[in-house]
Design a protein around this ligand. Structure first.
Ligand code: SAH
Ligand code: SF4
Ligand code: F3S
Length: 476
């Protein structure tokens, strides 16, 4: 595989981040239900969170989840459309699942999520193996759709909603380490970034009832979870009002409500939008020690003309002003990460250099980096020519990746010789004698196990690092 195309090339991601960008996850519940569901999730954390809602709906319908596709009566792929490659991955996977179906002719196959929403009915014609196509706002209809398929028909529901937030559904935590969990606080997106398919696949932005979010976080605390990540495509535009309009909650206030549950619970959030992130949010982060000092603030480009073409609604100066506000209010210790797109329509070499110089200025701890992939139906696909040759896109992306590796290493080196509070999530990938966790800034820290275990907060003295990881020793 082309290393530039492969995100693992720069794998300093947490397991969650890795999962959110390109891997699939499965998990099992085993309560002796009549039928078994195998579900794979692709794409962003919202999709992984949705799979937990889907599993809950299917559980009520008499399905256990299984992590063995061979045991399954029903296979769901919860899909992503963000780049062409994401859709191709799913199509390849459907090809493989076809083999299973030959051995088990009754096997039902469903495509869920963003690709279902984008391709709708035509997915049934293009991929003969698919029995049902269900968009992100239609999961409550799954029981009816399954009945239709049981009755020998194909079934489709891709209606988008202005209200659905699945607030009352208690997610079944899939693949959970029992330490950290995601909570969806909103759905959809009202921004129209010209490259992006999400507004079309996820519909209008809507915020979930603040009380149901706090209740979900409280329930997780009671189950022993130590960390929650509040999820939305643009968390800073979260706003909820009670029906009588008496109570209004913005993102900073929501963050505070969750942080106040217990100081023992770490609170994270993603994604922040540069146009909407407020000083109020930054001050709330500062006020509560348990709100992690880490902000994912995608820039996409460092050049104002390109940002305008992208319809990001901020320019370079605005973005840098937000970074300065983070540094002023939260200090240099706050972790910052970004998403970058190389080779957007008409981007010149000089404009690409502006992205590199922005990276120099901000000193990101981490970035997710992509080359532009035109998505049908988006503003850019309709109005702009995808005119940067693939090899130029790849070369620019490679330069962005090289820059980020240097910066990640430099930022990690600054952590050497300091103590960090680490929440243990698991054994390290390499050895059962070592544990892996994350510090406040979301960096992976590996250290010898001693008497520590999953879910512990451990003070770790860091003595070494790589581009993606800090290495240290627990100090009792
Ligand atoms: N809501 C988030 C982005 C979610 S999509 C935000 O506004 O920051 C995750 C990332 O995928 C985007 O930030 C962008 O960098 C990338 N992306 C989206 N559409 C893309 C496209 N057509 N080609 C390449 N990368 C894309
Ligand atoms: Fe896409 Fe822009 Fe919305 Fe993010 S903010 S999901 S990039 S339209
Ligand atoms: Fe992909 Fe849909 Fe998320 S397109 S990135 S799964 S919102």
């Amino acid at each position: 595989m082309d290393p530039i195309l492969d995100l693992d090339y720069i794998d300093n991601r947490t397991p969650e981040q890795a999962a959110a960008s390109d891997t699939k996850l499965t998990a099992s519940t085993n309560t002796g239900r009549a039928r078994k569901l195998y579900i794979e999730s692709y794409g962003c954390q919202m999709n992984f969170s949705d799979s937990e809602i889907v599993s809950s709906i299917m559980f009520e319908q008499g399905f256990d989840t299984t992590s063995e596709i061979g045991e399954a009566d029903l296979v769901f792929l919860n899909t992503c459309s963000i780049r062409e490659k994401a859709e191709q991955t799913v199509r390849n996977r459907l090809g493989q699942i076809n083999h299973f179906k030959k051995k088990k002719p009754g096997l039902m196959v469903g495509v869920l999520g963003c690709m279902a929403e984008r391709l709708k009915q035509s997915l049934l014609e293009e991929e003969k193996i698919v029995d049902l196509v269900v968009g992100p706002d239609a999961y409550r209809d799954l029981p009816n759709l399954i009945n239709e398929v049981d009755g020998g028909q194909k079934a489709v529901n891709v209606l988008l909603s202005r209200e659905e937030t699945y607030a009352d559904i208690n997610p079944i935590r899939l693949n959970s380490n029992g330490v950290s969990a995601y909570i969806s606080i909103m759905r959809g997106c009202d921004n129209m970034c010209s490259f992006c398919v999400v507004p079309f696949t996820r519909g209008r932005e809507r915020s979930r009832d603040a009380h149901s979010i706090v209740r979900e976080a409280q329930a997780l605390v009671e189950q022993g979870y130590k960390e929650v990540t509040l999820l939305g495509q643009n968390v800073d535009s979260y706003k909820w009002a009670s029906e009588d309009g008496e109570e209004r909650v913005n993102f900073a206030q929501l963050l505070e409500k969750v942080a106040l549950l217990t100081p023992d619970l770490r609170v994270r959030f993603s994604t922040s939008h540069p146009k909407d992130i407020t000083d109020e949010v930054l001050h709330t982060m500062k006020k509560h020690e348990n709100i992690c000092k880490y902000i994912h603030l995608p820039a996409q480009s460092g050049n104002s003309r390109v940002l305008e073409l992208m319809n990001r609604t901020y320019d370079r100066a605005w973005y840098l002003n937000r970074v300065d506000a983070i540094r002023r209010i939260l200090g240099d210790e706050c972790g910052i990460s970004s998403d970058m797109i190389a080779g957007f329509c008409t981007e010149t070499e000089q404009e690409h250099q502006d992205t590199l110089s922005l990276m120099d200025y901000v000193q990101y701890d981490y970035s997710y980096m992509f080359f532009y992939s035109e998505r049908p139906g988006t503003l850019a696909a309709r109005k702009l020519e995808d005119d940067i040759p693939l090899e130029v896109k790849k070369r620019r992306l490679d330069e962005i990746i090289t820059k980020q590796r240097e910066t990640s290493l430099a930022r990690n080196k600054r952590d050497i010789g300091k103590v960090h509070k680490v929440l243990v999530e698991n054994f390290s990938k390499k050895s059962k004698e070592q544990l892996s966790g994350r510090n406040d800034q979301n960096k992976v820290v590996i250290f010898d196990k001693k008497h520590y275990k999953k879910g512990d907060y451990v003070t770790v003295f860091v003595h070494d690092c790589s581009v993606g990881t800090l290495f240290g020793e627990a100090v009792d």
